[in-house]
Design a protein around this ligand. Sequence first.
Ligand SMILES: *Cc1c(COP(=O)(O)O)cnc(C)c1O
Length: 433
Amino acid sequence: MRYFSTRGVGPVSLDDALRQGIASDGGLFLAEQMPVFGIADFDNAESIPQIADVLLRPFFAESALVNQLEAILTETFSFPIPTTSLPTTRGKLALLELYHGQTAAFKDVGAGFLAACLSRLDSDVGSPLTILVATSGDTGGAVAAAFDARPGMRVIVLFPEGRVSDRQAHQLCCWSDNVVSLQVQGSFDDCQALVKEAMADTELSAAHRFSSANSINIGRLLPQSTYYADASLRHYRRHGRKPGFIIPTGNLGNAFACIMAREMGLPIGPVILATNANRTIADYFETLQWLPRASLQTLASAMDVGDPSNMERLRKLLGDADVLREQLGVLSVTDVDIEASIRQDFDDFGFATCPHTATATHTWRQLDDELVEAHDWILVATAHPAKFETIVEPIIGETVPLPPELEDILARPASAMTIKPKLSALAGAIADD
Ligand SMILES: *Cc1c(COP(=O)(O)O)cnc(C)c1O
């Protein structure tokens, strides 16, 4: 399988696409063609690693990692990803729980897979590969956890000062010496721009052997498509119907992975993107104009993205807004509705949702009865509510118990360096290290 940049450069191998993260022309890598499966192709696959093996094997054709795919998948899917049904009188409803990994958010899947691949491909103790990661909260923690203490690999985490929760900040800053945490005096978009600028700087890039672990790396998307394959197959085998998915969306990585699974023939019905007040995608579908903008701060901070990178991939894969809006739904959810939804979820379902997940539950409540009747729906839970306790607990009036993974992490000491959103500041911070 060969990979091309959305802007044309290529072909490159999977291994190079994983290493480079972003293509040399600034575009994002996509497989030359999507493999297409029939449901029967998965007849002998029961567990997620087995389903992943069928789904991802074509992407690894000609990769140096092909013989290690099974081990990579076992390592990646070391925690459960259950779909649990939710009590409701409106149709059939379930929750895809993506928050049982090490840092209690779905990004543990992509980060774990990428770390499992890169450490087999490219670790070099003499000249470590340096993973640059801009984070609006959850990515950085997941990537740091996945690469923590791996020999020959280094991680630089950039996060926006004051825009992540205390527990998230802790998760970004509590790792071994091979993880450098930088608090940037700016927004997530500033952090992301800084990563792009650093990677485009040939001198700096050669000195540090930069790679990226943001959701622009194809190594994040591939494993994410497997939990949609698994959840949809299990639903289809049991009920004979293709479930629809409602997906909390920021940079559009997780939703892209679902769309990719649907393109590959998995039994997936409608896909609806739930965004927060950052309306870039909603406005695009409405006006057909792609107008990236500065991000707004919301309660669902990991989705505070004004210029979702993966839209470039999605347009390459499916087409522009006139096509996209036929194939996808989108709803932009305000903070007021997020708060109300967390409360409602607690009353209706008996547990708290995180502010991101609440954009999906709110979106589901907004669906008209016809749509609810026509499909079974799976809401995607992207993080554990205990990561966002300062938002969730006052709303529900109760303490959210910490899952054991988070308890472990919060018990570690944490520290970070603060920098201005300038390339020179980033270069200085990582040179001193
Ligand atoms: C990253 C994140 C999202 C958004 O996912 P994208 O792939 O960027 O669209 C949603 N919820 C949580 C909890 C996240 O960490």
